[in-house]
Structure formats: structure tokens, C-alpha cells
Design a protein. Structure first.
Length: 131
């Protein structure tokens, strides 16, 4: 926690490497990813987020999905970003992200004009009645 508070990227990286699979490291990975984004290191941040994305902790995984959506949409990886939106709308629909909103609410707050949102919407199956 001291390394995070001090914005000590190297100290955080050492901790994450040493404690790779420890249950407590996910939050450190999330904070470290944000530090790396601020420092202009999106690829290093992406690696940490991908690790959190497969976490058994639903909130940690949902937070990672939301951040990966943002990263990938800004980089132009629209299909990958749309996949994260789909996860937030389905797998994490009821899960509360660290900002307090659900995955479904997160997706609903994204403008329908956003490129990845449009890709995601086009991939949805129509809800036609068959009776």
C-alpha cells in the first residue's frame, strides 16, 4: 500500500511479481495499471489488466473488463472492446464495479455513438418472439 500511495511503480511491480497468485495482489495490479496509464505505459498496464480479467474475484474482473474496453476502444481495437462490453452486459451485469455501478449500468451509460458500442450492438441477436 505504501508503494501505491507513493506512486512507486517499481516497488509495485516488485510486489506483483513476488506475490503473483496471492489473492491480495489483484487490487495492487489494478492500481499499478492506473499508474502505468498515467505514465504513458498502456501495454504494461494492459498486461496487468488481462491478469485481473481472469480473476476469481468478480469485481476485480469486471473492473478490468471496463478498463480494457476503454483502452481497446481508444486504440481502435473495436471487436475486442465490444467483447468486454458484452461481458459487462452479461457475465457482470449485476456485479458492482469499484465505482459502485453495475456492469449493466456501465454499458448503458456509454453513448450509442461510441464505435465499440456500435460494434457490440450489431453483434446482439434480435429478440424476436417465436410463439
Amino acid at each position: 500500500e505504501r508503494a501505491i500511495a507513493a506512486d512507486d511503480t517499481q516497488g509495485c511491480l516488485r510486489y506483483v511479481r513476488a506475490m503473483q497468485d496471492d489473492a491480495t495482489v489483484g487490487g495492487v495490479r489494478r492500481e499499478l495499471a492506473e499508474q502505468l496509464f498515467r505514465q504513458g505505459e498502456p501495454q504494461a498496464a494492459e498486461t496487468l489488466l488481462l491478469r485481473n480479467r481472469v480473476s476469481n474475484d468478480p469485481q476485480l474482473a469486471a473492473d478490468a473488463a471496463a478498463r480494457l474496453y476503454e483502452l481497446w476502444e481508444s486504440a481502435g481495437f473495436l471487436d475486442e472492446a465490444a467483447d468486454q462490453l458484452n461481458s459487462l452486459a452479461t457475465e457482470f451485469a449485476q456485479c458492482r464495479l469499484s465505482n459502485g455501478i453495475s456492469g449493466a449500468d456501465y454499458v448503458n451509460r456509454i453513448s450509442s455513438n461510441r464505435p465499440a458500442r456500435q460494434v457490440w450492438q450489431r453483434s446482439q441477436r434480435p429478440n424476436w418472439r417465436t410463439d
